[in-house]
Design a protein around this ligand. Structure first.
Ligand SMILES: [Fe+2]
Ligand SMILES: [Fe+2]
Length: 207
């Protein structure tokens, strides 16, 4: 992905976020743009899918697009859920669900052995949680709040629990009750979890 692609995806991300008309969008974008966060150029992972500059941005957009399609499908099949699956909430929760990952990947150079047996320097990333080791979904929710962005309870819970039980220490009865309650009370939680899975496991699938 070149710089031009990243700029286009970044503009798409900002347009979608601004389409919600929420207060504090500019402050949130400033925070994501910050040199420490570098959200718009961060990879989505080091060794798995979208492990290059802009990967996290593309994954966030894929999750948003999957979320909006899922919303349409669910509302067609079950119209009474329309009020619970507000379009703006789907956009906010999907675009921001993984902002926690932005500051953990630091660009570095690694040695890689080619098919010809020769070792070469290649661009890569190293992982460090030192900046703000707050967890995964909870860190994304907290960063959104700290920026001053206008965000609501169901969106914070959908971000917090976007990994569902994969982010649950099974010895914690209290956390598993919180997850179940969040999903029971707010269908947005299940929708964002499914959209994330569709993005990561299907839209970003590679042979
Ligand atoms: Fe995530
Ligand atoms: Fe994700």
């Amino acid at each position: 992905m070149d710089k031009h692609d990243i700029e286009n995806y970044k503009a798409e991300f900002i347009d979608l976020l601004k389409s919600t008309g929420r207060e504090g969008v500019d402050d949130l974008i400033d925070m994501l743009n910050d040199g420490k966060m570098r959200f718009f150029t961060a990879p989505a992972s080091v060794n798995h899918h979208l492990n290059s500059d802009g990967g996290l941005l593309v994954h966030s957009l894929n999750t948003c697009k999957a979320g909006l399609k899922l919303r349409e499908m669910v509302i067609t099949m079950k119209p009474e859920l329309e009020d619970q699956l507000n379009r703006d909430s789907v956009i906010v929760a999907t675009l921001l669900h993984d902002i926690c990952k932005a500051d953990i990947y630091k660009p570095t150079i690694k040695k890689q052995r080619g098919a010809d047996g020769i070792w070469r320097d290649v661009d890569s990333y190293e992982v460090s949680y030192r900046n703000f080791p707050m967890g995964h979904g909870e860190k994304s929710a907290m960063l959104a709040l700290m920026s001053g962005f206008e965000i609501y309870d169901d969106e914070l819970l959908a971000i917090r629990w976007h990994m569902a039980a994969w982010d649950l220490p099974m010895q914690s009865i209290e956390l598993s009750r919180c997850l179940n309650t969040a999903r029971d009370e707010h269908p947005l939680c299940s929708l964002v979890n499914l959209a994330d899975g569709i993005a990561a496991n299907l839209l970003e699938w590679e042979a």
